[in-house]
Design a protein around this ligand. Sequence first.
Ligand SMILES: Nc1ncnc2c1ncn2[C@@H]1O[C@H](COP(=O)(O)OP(=O)(O)OP(=O)(O)O)[C@@H](O)[C@H]1O
Ligand SMILES: [Mg+2]
Length: 254
Amino acid sequence: MEYIIRIVNLKKRFGQKEVLKGVNLNIVRGKTTVILGLSGGGKSTILKHIVRLLVPDSGEVWVEDVNMATADEETVFRMRKKIGYLFQSGALFDSMNVYENVAFPLREHTKLKEPQIRAKVEEKLRLVGLNPAEVLTLYPDELSGGMRKRVGLARSTALDPGIVLYDEPTSGLDPITSDLITRLIKKTQENLGATSVLISHDIKESFKAGDYFAFLYDGRIIEYGDKEQFKNSQNPYVRQFLEGRSEGPIKVVR
Ligand SMILES: Nc1ncnc2c1ncn2[C@@H]1O[C@H](COP(=O)(O)OP(=O)(O)OP(=O)(O)O)[C@@H](O)[C@H]1O
Ligand SMILES: [Mg+2]
């Protein structure tokens, strides 16, 4: 088993709140790993450390042979080119239309000429089920939530990165579009041998997409396994989560 990302004893607090208390997680190259856990538990915080949008209080975040926690800026820039990131919010540039948004990483990281950029942008939009002719000139505030998410997805995969981090790619989408996106994640992984890290609250979609599953609870990964192992986990916290019960060892404060 070859690991492309290795997170070692990652700790992070925000003020008084200790969010990550020692996360250990290895991501298998060429496969999809799903991180599940409660809302507010720190899943997005883990992803942000992988691209060094956050610096850990302690611990290591290895991507290939680079520790992102301590790498210099030039190395971070070089590594980010290999990592696509679909932000939970979509995070499009409001002042740019759809075309400019999807073209942005191509302009930033490649020397492609305009016709090639245009072809790539259109291809990526079609893959996420959007019609280029209809959406290219629209601005983010003219898109529905689900369209914004899909434009974000087109942008995060524009460079055909070897690693893609998907933070809730299907939230807010109808079940059919969700299935399209899940298939796209699968296809990207299979065709390009890409590694995916997927955060999702949609258990059904994550079981369609995922090869390996990690459960984050109370600042640590408390369960990890392949699909069969995870589905059959006897960990009471995992069971409660998978069965969607508010009664159990996990107390949700209201
Ligand atoms: N930059 C920040 N400054 C202060 N607190 C933060 C920051 N980023 C995250 N947090 C806090 O860290 C905790 C974990 O947030 P995070 O977004 O990682 O959770 P999550 O598991 O992704 O939740 P969700 O499933 O709702 O997206 C939350 O309590 C959040 O308020
Ligand atoms: Mg999140």
